[in-house]
Design a protein around this ligand. Structure first.
Ligand code: IVH
Length: 718
């Protein structure tokens, strides 16, 4: 980055009014340094246009640190020295977003964008409207809340309704102001995209390559991982950045009348606003902008996967409203997935954790959207045959956003039919057991649960985040522990000693301590995590949660019959059979016993629930149609958790019908029988205030309007 020479106006150079000398009083000097450092950080991180050298900035920071050390009273949480990472956290708190964090509808070509423009024109009765076009940043959406100009909360998008409080981590992101400049309102909420700069990503991967560690797949997931780090120091070391793209709430203060004005205002508060944003009148101009951005997409230090087009006027945005999870006033005009052609050198088989034989394409290396691709996924034998892909073919590969590149198909070339058709091996390439292919399952599988390849994948899964989360024990250490004969069952991890670990090449004292501490900490993971970590076929994180919600311990689950298991909503016969089969196998029983002996907690304390004390006891809900913020099953779970019953047919005894989009005949039945109807907003309002049912402050049936996209169909009493 080049340094712009200091302008003649000293204000720009120091961030202080011209001619102000360095204060003698340490407190006043500290305040001066705060102003200066914040000013220069803004020029550096937000505008990419520093006005002083890095060394000068560091000298100011050092001066402030010294001052704070000599006069601790000078130090306060707003100081630029305090953008430091605190101690690791145990987990993140869930936070509900005051308004949902929406998704965007997509257009994939000019026609799609023009169709959106026509729709908006119709909905606005032919009124003209201006549009703001912005890059669609491929990162992680976050919401920032400021109180009295100070950063109070930073949260991830999560499922759009509820995210995680990652404030401590976001405080380490330099382009997120901790204190706002200008005249911000007392309450402010902004949203934007946090991302890992491409140069940081490349540097991280270069270091991993040097250390012989597996490479991170893409900047998006690596950045998302950095935000969700329990240790803010790790987040800080990743050098994340943020582009802010909307002003969502300003409390009682008046909001700007246009999105463009809002972006200008946000800039004046010190937020980093993408300088490529543009304001246009016509769709043709937007298309030209899109073409220019598409051409320039590799110029930037971040990934963009399209252009977001937004109606500029906030009044027009409000009149257009939201359909489901997508505002009608915005659209993402996506860049095409990038394709390339290269030669398919070979097809190799990787054996997955569940024994699946996963074919992988080995390609002549080729650059696609800035990344060198040498491997691509080929789903299964059937897919390879359908696309007629043969080794030696020139194939088209595609890389879209963050997904693993995949092979689209072969390029027609004379003589390619003479090459042999690909066949899955009859025996597992690792343990040589005969492969099985069950009717209805697309995958060929190695049935040997002791297959070393399966075990390696299982161990990797066992220690991974979301499972036992044993940080420090990455893929390469799993491989080494297996190869050294130290671990041939997940439970052996808990018997590892410091001596065994430090005897391994490149394993120092610090790393072995970290690994041993993390292994010990993993003994206390919640039951659902352990169930997930075991890698039972068809038991993903969601099914594991269902099981943990129904059973107090692993022993209870192991003893459950297939019939009992299928009684759980969300567990069908295929999953139930797999669970029962898992616990029936001797090898798996040994693993469980080993975990038990090692002191891994395989049970949970269940808080005694007094059903009669639940506020919705005696109420019966029927939920129909499509809800936008949750699935029907989730909604049923929520009403059940409050003591209500959830049934499927509407009768006179039904207390409430919740009708989502396209509700079908149940709505008519409810209206005929006089059953009160709630729309989704009404249900959410009731879930937020569950005691209102008990308090009898619900509107009567005839006052409840029919479901609509309008405001909540339910008014809650005072
Ligand atoms: S506007 C209308 N603007 O894209 C409200 N989103 O598919 C939606 N994104 O999760 C957000 N760049 O995180 C908006 N300039 C931009 C964006 C952007 C990236 C992400 C956003 C959201 C996703 C929606």
């Amino acid at each position: 980055m080049t340094v712009t020479p200091p302008p003649s106006n000293a204000l720009h150079y120091t961030g202080l009014a011209p001619g102000v000398p360095a204060a003698r009083d340490p407190f006043a000097r500290a305040r001066q340094l705060h102003v200066q450092l914040r000013y220069h950080a803004g020029r550096y991180y937000n505008d990419d246009a520093p006005v002083i050298e890095d060394g000068q900035y560091d000298a100011l920071l050092r001066e402030l640190r010294r001052l704070e050390a000599d006069y601790p009273g000078c130090r306060n949480p707003d100081s630029p020295t305090q953008r430091i990472a605190g101690d690791p956290a145990d987990g993140f708190t869930q936070v509900r977003h005051p308004t949902p964090m929406f998704s965007l509808g997509n257009a994939f070509d000019r026609e799609g964008l023009e169709a959106w423009h026509r729709r908006v024109t119709d909905l606005l009765d032919g009124q003209p409207f201006r549009m703001v076009a912005e890059l669609k940043i491929d990162g992680l959406a976050v919401r920032l809340t400021y109180r009295n100009g100070r950063l109070a909360l930073g949260a991830t998008r999560g499922n759009g309704q509820t995210g995680e409080d990652v404030t401590r981590n976001l405080r380490t992101v330099r382009s997120i102001p901790l204190i706002l400049s200008g005249h911000p309102p007392a309450a402010l909420e902004v949203r934007g995209e946090v991302y890992l700069p491409l140069d940081s990503f490349k540097q991280m991967n270069a270091e991993r390559e040097r250390r012989g560690e597996p490479l991170y797949a893409n900047p998006r997931n690596t950045g998302a991982g950095a935000i969700r780090q329990l240790d803010p120091k790790v987040t800080q070391s990743r050098n994340l950045q943020m582009w802010v793209y909307s002003l969502n709430d300003a409390g009682d203060a008046p909001l700007p009348g246009s999105h463009w004005a809002a972006l200008e205002t946000l800039k004046s508060y010190g937020f980093r606003i993408n300088p490529l944003n543009r304001l246009f009148d016509t769709v043709a101009e937007v298309c030209d902008f899109y073409s220019e951005m598409l051409q320039r997409r590799h110029e930037w230090n971040y990934e963009a996967d399209g252009v977001v087009v937004k109606v500029d006027s906030i009044a027009q945005q409000n009149s257009l409203g939201v359909a489901g999870r997508e505002p009608r006033w915005a659209i993402a005009y996506k860049f095409p997935a990038e394709r390339a052609t290269t030669r398919l050198r070979d097809i190799v088989i990787n054996v997955g954790r569940t024994g699946s034989l996963n074919p992988q394409a080995i390609l002549e290396p080729v650059v696609v959207s800035g990344a060198t691709v040498q491997h691509a996924s080929l789903h299964n034998e059937e897919d390879i045959h359908r696309k007629d892909i043969r080794i030696g073919d020139t194939v088209i590969i595609e890389r879209a956003g963050d997904v693993i590149p995949h092979v689209i198909g072969p390029v027609d070339a004379p003589g390619r039919e003479s090459r042999p058709v690909f066949r899955m091996p009859a025996h597992c390439p690792v343990c040589k057991t005969a492969v099985v292919k069950v009717e209805g399952d697309a995958m060929h599988r190695c049935p040997n649960s002791a297959c070393p390849a399966r075990f390696f994948e299982s161990l990797k899964h066992f220690v991974s985040r979301g499972a036992m989360d044993i940080d420090g024990l990455g893929e390469q250490w799993c491989r080494i522990l297996i190869d050294q004969g130290l671990v041939s069952d997940a439970s052996h991890l808990y018997q590892l000693t410091r001596e065994q670990l430090t005897a391994l090449d490149r394993m120092g004292d610090r790393l072995s301590t970290r690994i041993l501490n993390n292994i010990a900490a993993s003994k206390q993971r919640p039951l659902a995590r352990i169930l997930f970590a075991l890698g039972i076929l068809h038991v993903g994180a969601e099914v594991a949660e269902l099981l943990a919600a129904h059973y107090a311990s692993i022993d209870h689950i192991a003893a459950a019959s297939i019939d009992e298991l299928t009684e759980i909503d969300g567990i069908g016969p295929r999953i139930a059979e797999s669970i029962a089969g898992y616990f029936a196998a001797e090898r798996n029983r040994q693993t469980i016993d080993g975990l038990k002996d090692a002191g891994v907690k395989l049970w949970q304390e269940l808080a005694p629930v007094d059903l009669s004390a639940l506020p919705w006891k005696g109420q019966t809900f029927v939920i129909t149609g499509t809800l936008s913020s949750m699935t029907r099953r989730e909604a049923e779970g929520k009403v059940k958790a409050l003591g209500a019953a959830a049934t499927s047919s509407v009768t006179r005894k039904t207390s409430w019908l919740v009708a989502g989009a396209a509700p079908g005949s149940k709505l008519a039945t409810a209206e005929r029988l006089g059953v009160p109807v709630l729309d989704e907003d009404g249900l959410l309002a009731l879930l937020d205030n569950p005691d209102h049912i008990a308090a009898g402050t619900i509107l009567s049936a005839d006052a409840a309007p029919t479901p609509s996209a309008g405001p909540a169909a339910l008014a809650l009493g005072e």
